[in-house]
Each structure stands twice: as C-alpha cells, then as structure tokens.
Design a protein around this ligand. Structure first.
Ligand SMILES: [Zn+2]
Length: 77
C-alpha cells in the first residue's frame, strides 16, 4: 500500500495501541493492525481493523480487562 502523501516507500504494517471513545468513555484497543508510512508517519487503518473497531464501538466485542494509565496533558508539561 502506498502512502497517500506520495512517499516513495510503501507503508508498513504495525500493531498499535489505539484509544477510541465510546459513549464519551475512552477505550483502548491493543494490537490493532495499522499501516504506517516510515517516511512521514502517516497512518491508515486497513479495512479489517476498521471492522474490528466498529464492532467494539457497537458493543459487539467483549472487553478483556481494564486499562489504566497516567495522563499527561501538554499544557501541564
Ligand atoms: Zn508518507
């Protein structure tokens, strides 16, 4: 898959942790396959990943646990 920004190298498949919001609540999806451009960092979500996200946001998937993390806001650094 080529980068939409026209970079010469093709995008790499990477598993990432992504935060989404469902009913105003943050949820984390880990090991979500994303395409990332090694040149400019542009990310693109492949269709199977988009389906997974859709299912989770629609409440069709079971959560496997809670994710807690420290929050840092840019304005406080
Ligand atoms: Zn690129």
């Amino acid at each position: 898959m080529q980068c939409p920004n026209g970079c010469p190298s093709s995008m790499e498949e990477r598993k990432e942790e992504k935060i989404f919001h469902r009913n105003g609540e943050p949820i984390v999806i880990s090991d979500l396959v994303m395409y990332v451009c090694p040149n400019c960092g542009q990310e693109s979500m492949p269709l199977p990943s988009a389906r997974i996200v859709e299912n989770i946001l629609n409440g069709k998937a079971k959560s496997t646990g809670k994710f807690t993390a420290e929050l840092y806001e840019v304005s406080s650094v």
